[in-house]
Design a protein. Structure first.
Length: 129
């Protein structure tokens, strides 16, 4: 214990020097300010939801770009195969497409539904003119 400290009734040391007390108060306020900021950030649900949505959108855009690039590669490969083996390629492609539809029908159902919807919207728009 230093000469500028004394003990209170609860056993904690207290600084007797007013400047030391002011410095301790300033440190405590700064610490409390940081704590309040951290709690406010965690409690700001709207901002956190917007950040999560932004992150999801960016991830979706990245995956979409990757998918487009992969489709371009696949199209180039298919074009080359079709030029080299036109009859075999069509048969193989049809077989792969049927196998794919049997193994994973959901994308095919969704794609077909979207095509039908697009055709209906296009038909309806043409009838309005």
């Amino acid at each position: 214990m230093t000469a500028t400290e004394s003990h209170s009734a609860n056993g904690h040391s207290q600084a007797a020097d007013p400047d030391a007390l002011r410095a301790e108060i300033a440190r405590t306020r700064a610490g409390l300010g940081e704590t309040v900021e951290a709690l406010a950030t965690r409690a700001d649900v709207k901002t956190r939801a917007q950040e999560a949505m932004h992150s999801s959108v960016e991830t979706a855009k990245l995956r979409m770009r990757e998918g487009v690039e992969q489709m371009a590669v696949n199209a180039a490969y298919a074009r080359r195969e079709l030029r080299m083996h036109p009859r075999l390629t069509v048969q193989t492609g049809m077989r792969r497409m049927l196998d794919s539809a049997r193994e994973r029908p959901a994308p095919w159902v969704v794609g077909s539904a979207l095509l039908v919807l697009a055709a209906l919207v296009g038909f309806r728009n043409r009838r309005e003119y």
